[in-house]
Design a protein around this ligand. Sequence first.
Ligand SMILES: [Zn+2]
Length: 211
Amino acid sequence: MPAIPASARIVLDQDIPSRAPWSAIVKKGQTLRIIDSHGQQAVDTLFYNASDLQERYSSQDTLRAQGAAYVSTGTAIVSNEGRTMLRMTADSCGLHDTSAGACSCESNTVRFGHHTRYQHACRENFVIEAMKHGLTKRDIVPNLNFFMNVPIDPSGNFTVVDGVSKPGDYVEMVAEMDVLCLISNCPQINNPCNGFFPTPIRVVIYDAQEG
Ligand SMILES: [Zn+2]
């Protein structure tokens, strides 16, 4: 994993435990690095304009802007108002989904059986974390799934298959506005998105402008 430039000012460097929610503000010009510390871990992520939380990540507009079904280096992460929120500047993995959404207790019962109803899910994580910022479950929109491997076939059907990310794989994004980043370190254990074993991840926010 390439080192963060020595001249950078580290704003935050934090491990996110397995299954846990997390949030932080990434200011305009700062870089957000998300590291899949142990590999094969899905990182469900949402972005909101920090000064207007009604402006938020739009998977539809992001994919339309790229003309592609996935996000990677060069992708503009676009809001529901058509503005670029962040731009992906590095990607050591190459497979990230923004079509399959976040797991929920309800969808788990449909997909895996009613006996999974009690299990923790990303939607609960997002709601818990969103509430800290005055948001409710109505504000949870379709999200990015970094490191989640979701092949889409020519007819548009998709499946979640084994993740390919290795320990230390990472993505980087430079914020083009002040953004609130919400992460659910996905607790899913019923499909292979986490290798059936959720693990901690790490996030670093740094400012490359200051020495
Ligand atoms: Zn999940």
